[in-house]
Design a protein around this ligand. Structure first.
Ligand SMILES: C[S@@+](CC[C@H](N)C(=O)[O-])C[C@H]1O[C@@H](n2cnc3c(N)ncnc32)[C@H](O)[C@@H]1O
Length: 241
């Protein structure tokens, strides 16, 4: 069995702070731009009407919050968004992007931990977590917190990496993910551990069936796991009970 990587908050926040300046670039390069489609798909699943307050947990550089508040091809935008993350440097990059696009009026970025969200019960309409939950030491606590701050009937969309099961594709992808991606990540970010941590954190994250159960126990219903791009990524959709 693979040993789970160290996910203590200081280590995780420090790692994301270190790669923050190159994070967006690496995301788009290493996923060949498909990450934008995954995020758009997650936002579409929320079926926004233009009136919602959206919470984006583990917001990083605020890509999901920005996309959700700009609408466009994904449909009507959210009325406003709050992004929460504990890595200050990721939030700084995000704030620059918000200022550059004028979205700093509708999107607020707050430094905080996903397992202790700085907001009151039932105060947000919809929530997203993109590629964040696998980094949380106790994902069940973060899911419980997201449920606590959402209003009843609100929609949740979580994107997280998976392990593709399609023969051939699975082997090729694992080679890319475990060999090529850490080397390219190391070269571009200059950080030795961050991009080796990525495959290690994915390999030890609960399976889609297990994660569906975690969400149900946290207080969500209609929980579904949708494989995207051969199961490289899963979109989990759910409704607050
Ligand atoms: C891979 S990045 C994803 C960022 C963004 N959601 C995106 O789609 O690009 C993961 C983010 O989760 C944040 N994170 C991890 N664990 C966290 C926690 N317990 N509380 C708050 N933020 C956390 C990290 O600081 C990092 O910015």
């Amino acid at each position: 069995m693979t040993t789970p990587p160290d996910k203590t908050p200081d280590r995780i926040a420090g790692m994301f702070d270190a790669i923050a300046p190159r994070y967006d670039l690496l995301n788009h390069v290493l996923s060949a731009g498909i990450d934008r489609r995954w995020r758009a798909r997650a936002i579409r699943s929320l079926r926004l009407t233009g009136r919602e307050t959206l919470l984006d947990v583990c917001t990083g550089t605020a890509d999901v919050a920005l996309h959700a508040c700009r609408g466009g091809a994904s449909g009507p935008p959210a009325a406003r968004a709050i992004g929460v993350d504990f890595a200050a440097a990721m939030l700084s990059v995000g704030r620059r992007k918000l200022r550059a696009t004028g979205e700093d009026r509708r999107i607020t970025l707050v430094r905080g931990d996903a397992t202790r969200l700085p907001m009151r019960d039932g105060t947000v309409d919809v929530a997203t977590v993109a590629f964040g939950v696998r980094n949380v030491e106790r994902p069940e606590l973060a899911c419980g917190e997201v449920a606590r701050v959402m209003r009843r009937g609100g929609r949740l969309a979580i994107l997280e990496f998976g392990v593709p099961r399609v023969p051939g594709i699975g082997t090729l992808y694992l080679w890319y993910f475990k060999c090529l991606l850490p080397s390219v990540g190391r070269m571009v970010s200059g950080h030795t551990a961050a991009y080796s941590y990525l495959p290690a954190s994915v390999g030890t994250f609960p399976s889609p069936d297990e994660f569906v159960r975690i969400l149900e126990q946290a207080g969500f219903v209609h929980v579904r796991a949708h494989p995207l791009t051969f199961g490289i990524v899963y979109l989990y959709t759910a409704v607050k009970r």
